[in-house]
Design a binder for this molecule. Structure first.
Ligand code: MG
Length: 160
């Protein structure tokens, strides 16, 4: 049996915050505002997994009112969601994601993101696609006011 899920996330970009995407710290003069580390890519992916499991969303599992998750490493949050999927008898099949960020260019960081995510998702890196787009100077992404990400995931039930 297969299940699919979709997720998206947006964070406001501000000065004096780290820019972390897929667990990779990227040199930048702005970073993502957020209760956790603001990793929009990892949040979108975790939401996609939760969606495939019909398990609500990241905010329901890790509320931003809880000090436990302040500045949390989002890969650790994703690992907990992967654990939940395994508990329910599912393995990740493949994932595909798109980051929307005006600057800096992400091309040189994509493979490191894929490695981090593959390790956390417990899949081969060939099953993890990460793409990057800009906002072409339009909308909040284009004005460098926001970073967004979208993700889709396929889960496959363990053979019994
Ligand atoms: Mg988020």
């Amino acid at each position: 049996m297969f299940r699919i899920g979709i997720g998206s996330d947006t964070h406001r970009l501000v000065a004096d915050r780290p820019l972390i995407l897929g667990g990779v710290l990227i040199e930048s003069d702005h970073g993502a505002e957020g209760h956790s580390d603001g990793d929009a890519l990892t949040h979108a992916l975790a939401d996609a997994l939760l969606g495939a499991l019909c398990e609500a969303d990241l905010g329901a599992h890790f509320p931003d009112s809880d000090e436990q998750w302040k500045d949390a490493d989002s890969l650790q949050l994703l690992a907990r969601v992967v654990w939940l999927a395994h508990e329910r008898g599912f393995q990740v099949g493949n994932v595909d994601a798109t980051i929307m960020l005006e600057r800096p260019k992400l091309r040189d960081h994509i493979d490191a993101m894929r490695d981090n995510l593959a390790r956390t998702l417990d899949v081969d890196v060939a099953c993890v696609s990460v793409k990057a787009k800009t906002g072409e100077g339009l909308d909040a992404v284009g004005r460098s006011e926001a970073v967004s990400a979208q993700a889709i995931v396929l889960l496959a039930a363990n053979k019994t």
